[in-house]
Design a protein around this ligand. Structure first.
Ligand SMILES: [Zn+2]
Length: 157
């Protein structure tokens, strides 16, 4: 940016870098690849329009997200960063499911302990009681979902 040297964008587009160049604060001439990639994916005029719609103090973040998206799109031309988002969302669902099962198991063990201290310990068999606990439990997931997972884990008969 220093002196009269044009920013990376104006250098690539071979134009004079005006004092109020919208790209200059975010695309310094020492990092030409940063602009080259957003230009290739979004086009310079679209990037310019997108930046104009954002208040100045948020433009730096907007540029970071455009660069991130452009890089993702280069690596994965079909899904771009949606590929990563989908992968992570699936992981979140799986972990939420595991958490629900773990919480159900904790609740079940707590109920067993409560009952064993309060009543005759031989009143119910361990497995029978465990089934009852899982039928009662619903922690944001349907009982059927939990049952399905337990079936897979051979815990449900
Ligand atoms: Zn410029």
């Amino acid at each position: 940016m220093g002196g009269n040297s044009p920013c990376a964008s104006c250098k690539l587009l071979r134009r004079r870098c005006a004092k109020d160049c919208i790209f200059a604060p975010f695309f310094p001439s020492d990092d030409p690849q940063k602009f080259a990639i957003v230009h290739k994916v979004f086009g310079a005029s679209n990037v310019s329009k997108m930046l104009q719609e954002v208040p100045f103090h948020q433009r730096s973040d907007a540029v970071s997200s455009l660069v991130y998206e452009a890089n993702a799109r280069m690596r994965d031309p079909v899904y771009g960063c949606v590929g990563a988002i989908t992968f992570l969302q699936n992981q979140v669902s799986q972990l939420q499911m595991q958490l629900a099962i773990a919480q159900a198991e904790i609740l079940c063990i707590q109920m067993q302990q409560d009952q064993h201290t309060a009543n005759d310990p031989d009143q119910l068999g361990f497995e029978e009681e465990e089934e009852k606990c899982f039928l009662l439990h619903d922690n944001g997931f349907s009982v059927a979902q939990v049952q399905e997972t337990l079936k897979r884990e051979s815990l449900w008969t």
